[in-house]
Design a protein around this ligand. Structure first.
Ligand SMILES: [Fe+2]
Ligand SMILES: [Fe+2]
Length: 270
């Protein structure tokens, strides 16, 4: 059965370029889309302060009137001991969501580290991830989300703020048949594919903390029998454009991406 998933990232309540207009646009657009699930891949706040978390929590309550919402923290959320507020006001820092009828499962991980911009999954969380991946039926599309980009992102200036254990994590993903990785952090939308696994980055949905000619945006995934579509939505204009499409099938009980089409976008195309 078809499922619509919205991936938001880098909301940044408290950041000086945060825009209430963009937040209201996103909320209205998401209400109109009526998705089955919303994933937020980190950086809800700018400095991890209590008042920023309080605003984020109000926004989440609005999103929850539309559908189920899962959130994981980003590097900005872990500043100033901010994860204390995350756990109190937002919830757990990792999650597992299985939707057998929708044909997919999503695992959320915390890649943040207190007061530094680099990220890390860490050995304990990697063991938990491995155990959870083994529990997911092989015929489901396996999706994992965390804040820091697994692979370098173009058009972001110099590569930095890396995921320190990305190599080990990549190996766990490939060895366990992960199909999609959803990241944020760089505020630049992008899609790569490695070993038949898609890594999809979301832009910033509600800020003008932008690089070059990029624009505020978020991702829209449609998971259907035999196909997955990825669209990018411009929060400013509401304009939706196809970023990628995949044909998928279950072969011998194993969910596989069989072919892909990536439409690499130049911002001027919007
Ligand atoms: Fe961010
Ligand atoms: Fe970030």
């Amino acid at each position: 059965m078809e499922r619509k998933i919205i991936q938001l990232s880098d909301i940044h309540f408290g950041e000086k370029t945060f825009s209430h207009d963009l937040k209201n646009n996103a909320l209205k657009q998401i209400e109109d889309e009526n998705p089955d699930l919303i994933i937020i891949s980190g950086d809800l706040t700018n400095r991890g302060y209590a008042h920023e978390y309080s605003d984020a929590s109000t926004f989440l309550d609005e999103l929850k009137t539309v559908t189920n919402v899962h959130v994981i923290p980003g590097n900005h959320d872990a500043r100033n001991v901010g994860l204390v507020h995350f756990e109190k006001l937002i919830g757990e820092r990792k999650f597992l969501h299985i939707d057998k009828n929708g044909g997919f499962a999503i695992i959320g991980l915390d890649s943040s580290e207190p007061d530094i911009n680099d990220g890390q999954i860490g050995i304990d969380q990697m063991l938990w991830l491995q155990a959870e991946l083994e529990k997911i039926p092989d015929d489901l599309c396996k999706i994992v989300t965390f804040h820091h980009h697994l692979l370098p992102i173009p058009h972001t200036g110099r590569e930095r703020n890396i995921l320190l254990d990305s190599g080990d994590l990549l190996r766990v993903f490939i060895a366990n048949g992960v199909d999609f990785v959803l990241n944020g952090h760089k505020h630049v939308p992008n899609v790569w594919m490695v070993e038949n696994m898609v890594t999809l980055n979301s832009g910033t949905v509600t800020t003008r903390k932008l690089r070059g000619e990029t624009f505020p945006s978020y991702n829209h995934l449609i998971i259907d029998e035999g196909e997955i579509f990825v669209n990018i939505i411009n929060t400013e204009t509401g304009y939706k454009r196809e970023l990628a499409r995949y044909s998928v099938q279950v072969e011998g009980d194993e969910y596989n991406i069989c072919s892909h089409k990536h439409n690499f976008l130049h911002p001027n195309q919007f």
